[in-house]
Structure formats: structure tokens, C-alpha cells
Design a protein around this ligand. Sequence first.
Ligand code: AMP
Length: 417
Amino acid sequence: MEIKAIRGFNDILPDEIGKWQFVEKTAREVFEGFGFTEIRIPILERTELFSRGIGEATDIVEKEMYTFADRSGNSLTLRPEATASMARAYLEHQLYNYDSMAKLYCMGPMFRYERPQKGRYRQFYQIDSEVFGVENPMVDAELIIMLIHFLKTVGLDKLELQVNTLGDRTCRPKYREGLKKYLEGKAFQLCEDCKRRIETNPLRVLDCKVETCKQAIADAPKVTDFICSECQKHFDSVKEYLGAAGLSYIINPRMVRGLDYYTRTAFEVVSYQLGSQNAVAGGGRYDNLFQEIGGKEIPGIGFAIGMERLISLLPEGKEFSKYPDLFVAALGEAPFKEASRIVNQLHLEGVRAELDYEGKSLKSQMRRADKLKARYTLILGEEELKRGKAVVRNMGTKSQEEIPIGNLLDIVKQKIL
Ligand code: AMP
């Protein structure tokens, strides 16, 4: 029986890879321009890191983690997100000794046992960016500005930025209580998951996609009704900085984000071109995460961009293509030898050159050059070779000219590179 990939795990094929590389390269350029440095963290961590860091009552920890015992009986988990691992690495290597703040980014696959559908997979890629060590709301705004700038740079502009505040250790418990009381009165309308969430994670009910739950929360208290003056001040500053940077946004008091560790600023970027899984990126401040995993009080804020969703929004473009620059079609033994010498030389110059290795007819070599979407073809025949010449054909305009083989490199540099 043919072996197939696991459900929810995708191959990214050569056809699509240009877009992925373009997005990754742009992320590196933009983030590094904002002073961020890449960090690479393991895919596997101790389960505890996520159960403590993300929170026991979150959907991720309750039912979405790929957790298993290794051969020594340690409970390990494939990372469902990157923030907790980045925070762990920051603590473990005492990066706070290097500077009072750290601006880090990473990219790679995450794993969640969710029901696969369009825009939602079990292995998916994220680009994550985090700032550790600063509580100032200016940093919240800077990070959001960088995110929007990155999304614009890759070519996305029909996006909506939503912001909210989730309160802190002082006011969030009061909101939780207020919301809990409200939800208890609506329990009969809630789905089974949300009935349970009244006790374990009432804020999460606001995120539920079930229609009866959405109706039940229509008049639920808002976090802004409970917010303490410090959190209000922080939120006002973030909004002021975003406004000063000319960013438009909407305030979405129902946006709570799935994870437990968020405090104060929360934000999401959504696209109405995406259907039900419409969040391209999301993030927020998490001033308690470090406490949970390492007992240190270090503030942090970050975001994660879903790469599959972002890539599905990119326009089709030639710049993503991986087509050969030059296809060398050779007819006969001596021309083939010359062709292989030329192709080797071109590869060293960084030209994407292809060759037919099977001794096919000129017609079939030209058909292959067409199929591969080569920009130019170099035709080498016995006759031409004897005269030290070859024919270059522009596959787009179909125009061709005879050139001296000795000048090929210069011509290629002029026309192609
Ligand atoms: P989160 O870590 O849940 O805040 O998600 C951040 C971003 O990652 C979301 O806005 C999505 O774009 C993307 N994302 C989250 N879960 C998935 C998934 N299962 N499949 C594909 N993309 C996802």
C-alpha cells in the first residue's frame, strides 16, 4: 500500500516554495531592520513548559498537544507555539545579562491536534517575534507597527488590525468573576465545551464559534468595564502611539486570544478574504509567563504570523517562480560536451542553467525548455560549434540571434543576471 502523509501535515512543493522563501527572506530583512535577532529553538520540549506556560485550561493544553513519552519515560511535547520556548531559552541562557531587553524572532513548524480544515492544519508554520524585558506601551506599538509594515511589504494591504486589552493581575480576576456570573445565567444556551469553560476559562467563551454561544454573549460584560486605571493608561498609550504612526485599527472588546498568559494588550490581524479561519497573525503582552515557567518577573510581548494563511493571500507573481534562466539544447556528441562545460560554468556564476541529458531531438529539447518556462534557450549544433557560434533564443519574444560562444558569459550577464 502506498504510504501517504499524516492528515493535517502538508508537503510544501517546489511549485509553492518561491512564495515561502520570499516571505521568510522579507521577514528576516524587516525584523532585522527593526533590531530583532533570529533565535532557533527545539521542536520538542518538556510537556511542563507548555502546560505551565500556556495554561492548563487552554484548548491547546487540554486537547491539542502532541504529547508522548520518550524511551526514558519523559513526557515530551511537539511545540504548539514558540513563545514559551523562546522565554525558556531566554531564561536558561540568561540573555537578560546581555541587555535589559531582547528582541527576538524565529520561524518554523508548530504542531496542534486540531480538526484539519482550510487554513487550519496539524503542522503549520509560524513566524514569531518577541520582545522581552520592557513594560513600556511604546514597545507594544512598535511591535504592531513592525507587523503591519511586514505584511504590507510582502504585498498584503486589505487587512484589519484589531486591538483589545485583557487587564492584568489586579483587574482581570474581577472581569473573570463578572463574566462568570453572567455566563452562569446563560449556561442553558452554551455548548458543552463552554459550559465547562464557565469554571475553567470563562474568557474563552467569548471566542467560541458556536452560534448559540455567540448569541449568549451578546450582552456579556466587557473587559473595559472592569479595567484598572494602570491598564487603562497603558491601553490609551498604545492607541496613541498607533495613531501617531498613522495606523488604523478597530477596538474589538470580544477578542481574548486563546492562551492564558496574555495580559493587557492583545491584537489580531484578520483578512476577510480568508473565510472562517480569518486571523493571519495574533499576539499580545504576557507579563506573567516568565513567572509561570521560571519564577522571574520579566515582561514580554510578541506575535505569531500563520504562514500558510499569509501565503494563501499573496498574489500570484513571477518573482516567486523558480524557472531556468537558460536551457541549453545540444545536438550531437561534441555540442553536448560543450554544453555540459557551459552549464557547469554558468552554475558557478549563479545562473540557473538546465541541460538535456538524454540525447533527445532538438524538437523535444525545445518542448522541455518551454515546459520548464526557461527564459532563454541556447542552441548548440555541430555546424555552429565548428564556427565557435551558438544561437540564443528569447523564449518569450521568440527572437533569436547567433552569438560567439566565447562571449556567452558576457551576454548572459547582460541579459539575465
Ligand atoms: P496563535 O498562536 O493561536 O495565536 O496563532 C497565531 C497565528 O497562527 C494565527 O493567527 C494563524 O494565522 C496561525 N495558526 C494558528 N493555528 C493554526 C493552525 N492550526 N493551522 C494554520 N495556522 C494556524
